[in-house]
Design a protein around this ligand. Structure first.
Ligand code: NAD
Length: 464
């Protein structure tokens, strides 16, 4: 059992109002964690505000060196952290270790990019000097989810810290010990109060979002993101929102249905469907629909996944499935809550789905593949784009024409052709509509964490 503490003003503090996280494998308690009250949030903001100018005045190369050292410490501590992450949110330990490795790589990437991040010189009057520089925004609140807790936090923290901001980090209440261990690993490499950690649930996050910070960076659900945007509109803080998705997968008439099913299964069932860019709905051409459904049902039956994060989330996932079944969908795999302890839910494939079902329209965030049959590729493109979300989309097709049309037509930030996951390093996209705003990752996140200033510098008059 782990006992989480806050890190406020450079001190580890036991805190109050503890809550307990139970194992998604067997319901046993794994973590107790305190919930930071508004006065504790305010104390952390004040300390961060005081520490930030010194950090901003530190040479970028020194800040980069600190981040590099923190990355090495994180790599060294992978086994313990992976065990804790797995115990809190159900990701198998090997997958947890891989996601920590991704976090280490992200910290190292920002440690290199940080020292190259600057402004540009302007073509002004030759007797003057005109240039743009980038300055840290100040104090950044980083509010993160549980589904990939270390990799997501490393992105926001790495980019904010390397550019000279102080960070107030609030990990998810579902993975508090993971966030606490991550902070214990990173903070010793930074000056006191440059990184603080506040444990707690929604009310702690809300207090942070309403406080006098300069940026609120939130990765999490759309509902929370909208609440934060409204709070920040009142304080004047900049918001950076990476929120929910309902990513479509389009299966064209000219692909091998068995091959398409392997991609669909990976997209819908990886991390038990708890990935922001999980496949949430599938539009399959009627020419290959039967073969595809049969192959996907087979994939689902053999697909090994861990439990969902907790039974509360499982109930929400199952409610979407149950609604769809009532409205005429047919479960060709899964769809039933298993007996026994933990928060397990089987890989589920639903046939005969329609766009108005919640399982198609909303984000289910579970191992569920709702399949809609369409008569043409055009119809698939149209229905795929009609969504309150605009995160990413995948198209499986043998036609270069259809691939290029889809790349233009799909109203989302990321389009993947013939692979559900993957992409070159350094790619970054703007999420659209309910999926958020701003660059949440990639080199452009360094721009988000800094403000541009333009300087015009003339010589003083001669002869004084
Ligand atoms: P969530 O929004 O419920 O929680 C995320 C964080 O926000 C937690 O730390 C939580 O305590 C905090 N929070 C809750 N209410 C708050 C409030 N009123 N003010 C401030 N903070 C508050 O999301 P979740 O359930 O933890 O995560 C799952 C969601 O995250 C899914 O929708 C998923 O798609 C999304 N996600 C998106 C991305 C992306 O890059 N777009 C990546 C990972 C997860």
């Amino acid at each position: 059992m782990q006992h989480v503490e806050h890190l406020i003003a450079g001190d580890w503090i036991a805190g109050r109002d503890p809550f307990t996280v139970v194992s998604p494998y067997d319901d046993t308690p794994v973590t107790t964690a305190p919930a930071a009250a508004p006065h504790e949030v305010a104390a952390a903001v004040t300390a961060a505000r005081a520490a930030q100018p010194g950090w901003a005045a530190t040479a970028p190369a020194t800040r980069c060196e600190a981040l590099r050292a923190a990355a090495t410490a994180l790599e060294t501590g992978t086994d313990t952290l992976a065990g804790t992450m797995s115990a809190e949110m159900g990701k198998p330990v090997t997958e947890a270790a891989a996601s920590i490795a991704a976090g280490v790589a992200t910290l190292r990437q920002y440690a290199e990019l940080g020292q190259l991040h600057g402004g540009r010189t302007l073509a002004g009057d030759p007797t003057a000097l005109d240039f743009m520089l980038r300055q840290p925004r100040g104090v950044v609140a980083a509010i993160t989810p549980w589904n990939d807790p270390v990799a997501v936090a490393c992105g926001l923290l790495g980019a904010a810290l390397v550019t000279g901001n102080a960070v107030l980090y609030k990990p998810s209440e579902r993975t508090p010990a993971t966030g606490w261990l991550l902070t214990r690993t990173l903070a010793p490499h930074l000056p006191p109060s440059v990184l603080s950690m506040l444990s707690g649930a929604g009310p702690t996050g809300a207090a942070l979002a309403e406080s006098a910070v300069d940026v609120v960076a939130h990765v999490g659900s759309t509902a929370t993101g909208r609440w934060i945007a409204a709070a920040a509109a009142r304080t004047g803080a900049k918001t950076l929102l990476e929120n929910g998705g309902s990513d479509p997968l389009i299966v064209d008439r000219d692909v091998d249905p068995a091959w398409a099913a392997t991609h669909a299964a990976l997209g819908a069932f990886a991390n038990a469907g708890q990935v922001c860019v999980s496949v949430e709905r599938i539009y399959v051409h009627e020419a290959v629909a039967d073969g595809f459904l049969a192959a996907l049902a087979k994939e689902a039956a053999g697909y090994g996944i861990g439990p969902l994060v907790d039974v509360r989330h499982r109930a929400a996932v199952h409610a979407h499935v149950a609604d769809a079944l009532t409205a005429g969908a047919v479960a060709v795999a899964g769809g039933v809550i298993p007996d026994g302890p933990g928060a397990y839910y089987p890989p589920t494939v639903l046939a005969n789905c329609t766009d108005d079902m919640r399982v198609v329209e909303a984000e289910t965030f579970g191992p569920v593949a709702p399949v809609v049959t369409v008569a043409s590729f055009d119809e698939a493109l149209r229905r795929a784009s009609r969504s309150p979300y605009g995160l990413a989309a995948t198209v499986l097709t043998a036609s270069m024409t259809n691939a290029q049309r889809a790349a233009w037509a799909l109203d989302v930030g990321t389009v993947k052709i013939n692979a559900v996951f993957g992409g070159a390093p350094g790619g970054a996209a703007h999420p659209r509509r309910g999926s958020g705003q701003g660059f949440g990752y990639g080199p452009e996140l360094l721009d988000e964490m800094t403000a541009a200033k333009v300087v015009h510098l003339e010589e003083p008059p001669q002869g004084w």
